[in-house]
Design a protein. Structure first.
Length: 262
């Protein structure tokens, strides 16, 4: 069994978390194979409730596959994923994949509330409108996805994820389609609205990871393994000129950049 990484709770920032803390995520001896090829094996990660953990690694290393297993969208070859209480994650998770997956025939606001409708619940249009306003789409609530730019669609998908109001949030490159300035603003919003929740997010961007993460984990190798977590001090989202951010960004670049043979 590989060493388990236990990620402690971060120093409290901003408003106090909910009275009932979010459940953590426990990944135990996880393995994935495609045919005879082993993607990863013996992965162990213990994410404390209420922490924002960012997973980084080169393309094809298995990050998205790992996140889908945690979300219950794919099955591992071995191992298991539970909450910190030993229960299934089912019903606790909001998941946002790399593509927006908006229903083309539904309006933006209907897409945001689609989870409620599928569960037979009464949609909360006031909450949906509030979130659309926060991501800058208040005036596009009744537009169809085809009428939106790629960045707008991504923001609608972020609003849908936040609307689900789940204690555990899984996000795969959630800000990748946004321009630089919108990306920074939506990062700020995510840091605010996801406080107190347990977040596991994938990104290829070391700067983004350092702005948002309490703990950063690099996935590398063949089969892939998880490196020791890198913990950051201070409040999130961190300023672009924050000394802790700049130092850690440099460390990440060294870890993620293949070394040329001498």
């Amino acid at each position: 069994m590989a060493d388990t990484h236990i990620l402690p709770s971060p120093t409290p920032v901003g408003p106090a978390p909910p009275v009932r803390p979010a459940a953590g995520i426990v990944i135990t001896d996880l393995a994935l194979r495609y045919g005879t090829r082993s993607i990863f094996t013996g992965l162990n990660l213990d994410v404390a409730g209420g922490t924002f953990v960012v997973l980084l690694g080169t393309s094809g290393v298995g990050k998205s596959s790992l996140l889908k297993i945690v979300a219950g969208l794919a099955k591992p070859a071995a191992g298991r994923v539970t909450t910190s209480e030993g229960k299934s994650l089912s019903g606790h998770v909001a998941y946002m994949g790399q593509t927006d997956l908006l229903y083309p025939w539904a309006s933006v606001i209907a897409n945001v509330m689609i989870g409620s409708r599928l569960r037979g619940e009464r949609p909360d249009s006031a909450r949906a409108r509030h979130l659309l306003a926060r991501v800058g789409l208040a005036d596009r609530a009744h537009a169809l996805p085809a009428e939106l730019s790629g960045g707008m669609r991504q923001r609608a998908a972020i609003a849908r994820t936040l609307y689900e109001d789940r204690p555990i949030v899984l996000m795969d490159e959630p800000f990748s389609a946004l321009d630089t300035f919108t990306r920074a603003r939506i990062q700020d919003l995510a840091a605010e609205l996801l406080q107190g929740r347990t977040v596991l997010m994938i990104t290829h961007d070391p700067l983004e990871a350092c702005r948002l993460g309490h703990h950063l984990v690099v996935m590398s190798g063949t089969p892939a393994q998880l490196g020791a977590p890198i913990s950051l001090r201070g409040t999130t989202p961190r300023a672009l000129d924050n000394a802790e951010l700049l130092r850690t960004q440099g460390e990440l670049m060294k870890l993620l950049t293949p070394q040329a043979p001498e």
